[in-house]
Write a new protein. Structure first.
Length: 293
């Protein structure tokens, strides 16, 4: 069943690519408009600065993406993603000590955010009626009688307008679409903001080709500091060695509930300040990966 001629998706990141996959069966053509020039491979880009941090692809999301794009998981693994069982393959240290390992039905594919996006992009590029237009900036919406009828954009050669039967906003958290709709006469949406005060500080490391025998783990999670006396009650730290494709890990320090940054000293690659408060298992202390990338 076709719902219309043209659907336009604003933003070509994870949500925009999934939206394009969902719309493709229902529209004659789907256009994805993306401000960045998109890399052919898994690379960071300006529009998605969070891609340097670890991204957990939770099971329900992974299943939903697999329904939209059959073969998604296989291609993620073919690209170097690691299909692991966190309860067996991850070492967790919390205030009570190391967690026992156990088998579980819950598995996860570990990879970088940029690899997830590259696989999604390849999948969408394989859809005959979907076109991704890169390097175009969406600048506004056109409306008529309470309906969105099209999209304004700027390209390297000038301004353009596209008529659309259906428009999806996937321009991320900074999207101006709400303000465009208010300017066009729609009532402002009521919104509530909960600032979770989450801070991530991440650095990517190459692991040695030969892992020391004590590194049975694939994923290492250290949380939280034992001595919480001087911290606010809700304050937690987490140190995460998150495995990704290419024999690399993202070393990430996170904090919740308190606006704190976790600086690293450039010269030594060692976390400074708050980072030192985390529990540090002795057996790993001397063997942190050496080469940061
Ligand atoms: C530190 C951190 C950790 C996270 N960890 C996880 C995690 O573990 N698991 C998880 O599932 N999620 C995680 N997230 C959330 C996840 O990153 C986002 O939910 C997801 O990337 C949002 O995708 P998106 O496609 O909606 O938007 P974005 O990825 O923000 O993309 C928006 C796109 O719109 C484009 N765009 C913007 N403006 C325009 C314009 N005017 N015209 C054309 N294009 C435009 C941008 O270039 C970009 O490509 C994390 C986020 C952060 C910040």
């Amino acid at each position: 069943m076709k719902l219309g001629m043209t659907a336009v998706v604003l933003g070509g990141s994870a949500a925009g690519l999934c939206a394009a996959g969902a719309l493709a069966p229902y529209f004659s053509q789907v256009l994805v408009l993306e401000r960045d020039e998109l890399p052919a491979d898994a690379e960071h880009r300006r529009g998605v600065p969070q891609s340097k941090h670890p991204h957990f692809l939770l099971n329900s999301g992974r299943r939903a993406i697999g329904e939209l794009f059959p073969g998604f998981e296989d291609e993620l693994v073919a690209g170097g993603g690691l299909h692991l069982m966190p309860s067996m393959d991850a070492a967790y240290l919390d205030g009570a000590g190391w967690s026992a390992r156990k088998s579980s039905a819950m598995t996860m594919i570990y990879s970088s955010r940029i690899l997830i996006e590259r696989v999604l992009r390849d999948k969408v590029r394989g859809l005959a009626n979907v076109t991704i237009r890169e390097g175009v900036r969406v600048t506004g919406l056109s409306t008529r009688d309470g309906t969105v009828t099209g999209v304004d954009l700027t390209t390297s050669i000038g301004d353009e307008h596209l008529d659309a039967d259906f428009v999806v906003d996937a321009m991320g958290r900074g999207s101006p679409v709400s303000s465009w709709l208010v300017a066009a006469g729609w009532p402002a949406l009521e919104s509530q903001t909960l600032d979770a005060k989450v801070t991530y500080t991440s650095r990517w490391y190459e692991l040695p080709a030969q892992r020391p025998p004590s590194w049975w783990w694939q994923h290492l999670v250290i949380m939280p500091t034992r001595d919480k006396g001087e911290h606010p009650a809700e304050h937690e730290f987490l140190v995460n060695f998150f495995p990704i494709e290419g024999n690399r890990v993202i070393a990430c320090m996170g904090s919740w509930g308190t606006p704190c940054r976790v600086p690293t000293t450039r010269s030594s690659n060692r976390p400074a300040g708050y980072g030192r408060r985390c529990s540090r298992p002795r057996w790993i202390g001397a063997r942190l990966p050496r080469r940061s990338i």
